[in-house]
Design a protein around this ligand. Sequence first.
Ligand code: APR
Length: 321
Amino acid sequence: MKRNKIALIGGGQIGGVLVQLIAQKQLGDVVLYDIVEDLPQGKTLDIVEASRVDQFDVNIKGTNDYEDIEGSDLVIITAGLPRKPGMSRDDLLTTNAKIMKTVAENVKQYAPNSIVIVISNPLDAMVTLFQKVSGFPFNRVIGQAGVLDSSRFSTFIAWELGVSVKDVNAMVLGGHGDTMVPIVRYANVNGIPALELLERKYNDKTKAKEVMDAMVNRTKLAGGEVVKLLKTGSAFYSPASSAIAMAEAIIYDEKRVLPVCAYLKGEFGINGYYVGVPAVLGANGIEKVIEFALNAEEQTALNNSVAAVKELVEAMAKLGF
Ligand code: APR
């Protein structure tokens, strides 16, 4: 049987980790594209030279030529600048929109049937632009944000409660910016409400709420926390792992329910925007957006987040994209 072909556009920090994870999990043959000469060739050579040790035999190629991505089944895009300390994701808009436009034109030309996962920031705007330029159906253009934001939220809850993160389920919806919406009401440890466990831990409802609020805020600002520490760029291990979870759901047709950046046509009262919501991911990309009832506070927070996404998309349109 023919192996999957996976194209990675952007061979920087996230791109490199993506190659390594795909190789180690043998998800398919990989083509790593970057605009910088020799960079993708160097990274892939380095990774391939560990193939004996890691026991993988997929084909891995680094390239500066878009023709090499021809016929890819899956494309993961990280091309674009990352944040530096003091920058918001939105500050990247102008530079990364230019890059994303070129990327979309080339993916459209060389991999017209691919499913595409966008990671580049500002995420919601970049996914919107990719879809607009490529004209790909909405189910085949997906943004990675919610899987990582939810993983961050789950990690903080696990630390706080002293339990395995494997048993924590916590979901973050909305745009991939400071207005994102961690859903506290459904955060749980193997089905037990996380807030109740906090109340039992502190024997104090007010204190429990304060601790939860602090975790919610840390989640919203978690990307910036890493940027501040790294100083020269932004998170790369966790975004790569999160995109790989999405890639596996698609490659193995798992029908996983993951929070992803999906185009909404009325779900959650939102029409015509890419926003983070739970969706079924399978062989056709986004197979279904999963709706559930939000309470008034959550809906207001989601609307607020969508307003931020709209603002960004409008700013992008004003720039001519
Ligand atoms: N085409 C392809 N690649 C490009 C282009 C282009 N037009 N312009 C820049 N690149 C490449 C850079 O050469 C670099 O190797 O994109 C890569 C980006 O890598 P890093 O700078 O290391 O950034 P990374 O940490 O991987 O993040 C990439 O994902 O999470 C987001 O905010 C982050 O937008 C950023 C993106």
